[in-house]
Design a protein around this ligand. Structure first.
Ligand SMILES: [Zn+2]
Length: 236
């Protein structure tokens, strides 16, 4: 019985890691689809040539992917900077007030349910083994596995955006000129519904609601952009 519980928790922890990664990828792809499909609808509604619409879609993919990468890199890097500063402060505190740090760690283990004597023993042994590691993990919640990796995050974000944006771009390139708007909008809404459902399913939320939510906002973005494009198209 206990073994089954451990196995289930183990599976759950892995699932939680997977969900985080999947959700980030789906959100990036959603962004790519909505922003590129809306831009295509807007430029096409302004009576641009088919070639110009394709060029605008390619520019939207590249610009969007680069800005996602830049934004993700900056935000994850600032998180890494904060963690680094916390670790440096902890290292200083360990060198200036070892006894105080030992008491702090012991108190953490007591709060987690150990009795005082055992908590003291655990704190002593863990600090003897790797004092900074023990404090980083149990006091600051910093673990090697969850370390912020700005470059990986930037690449993952840019890739998921580019994959999303590639869908309306391909449809734009393949569609006959006069069907670009309806085909790009219709296929993009289907892609969004599928992605919304996948993200909801992965997060344990109702699939239909997840699909509907992202499809609604996608449709709104495309309609507003196409409307403004059509307005520009009427200006001689
Ligand atoms: Zn500490």
């Amino acid at each position: 019985m206990a073994m089954m519980r451990i196995r289930r928790r183990h599976r759950e922890r892995h699932r939680t890691n997977r969900i985080g990664w999947l959700r980030a990828a789906v959100l990036g792809a959603d962004d790519g689809i909505v922003s590129t499909a809306s831009l295509v609808a807007g430029v096409a509604a302004a009576n641009a040539t088919h070639e110009d619409v394709i060029a605008a879609a390619v520019a939207a993919l590249v610009a969007g992917a680069m800005s996602m990468a830049a934004g993700e890199y900056v935000s994850v890097h600032s998180q890494a900077d904060t963690e680094h500063a916390d670790l440096e402060r902890e290292r200083r505190e360990l060198s200036t007030d070892l006894q105080g740090e030992r008491n702090e760690l012991t108190a953490i283990y007591v709060r987690r349910g150990l009795d005082q004597a055992l908590a003291r023993q655990v704190a002593d042994q863990l600090m003897a083994h790797d004092a900074l590691g023990a404090h980083a993990r149990d006091e600051l919640g910093i673990t090697e596995a969850a370390r912020p990796r700005p470059i990986q995050a930037a690449l993952a974000s840019a890739t998921s955006f580019a994959c999303g944006a590639a869908l309306p771009l391909i449809v734009t390139a393949l569609a006959p000129t006069r069907y670009v708007i309806p085909l790009v909008c219709a296929t993009s809404l289907v892609f969004l519904a599928v992605l919304g459902g996948v993200a909801a399913r992965a997060g344990g939320a109702p699939i239909a609601r997840g699909a509907l939510r992202v499809t609604f906002w996608g449709a709104l973005a495309m309609a507003v952009t196409a409307g403004i494009g059509a307005l520009f198209g009427t200006i001689p």
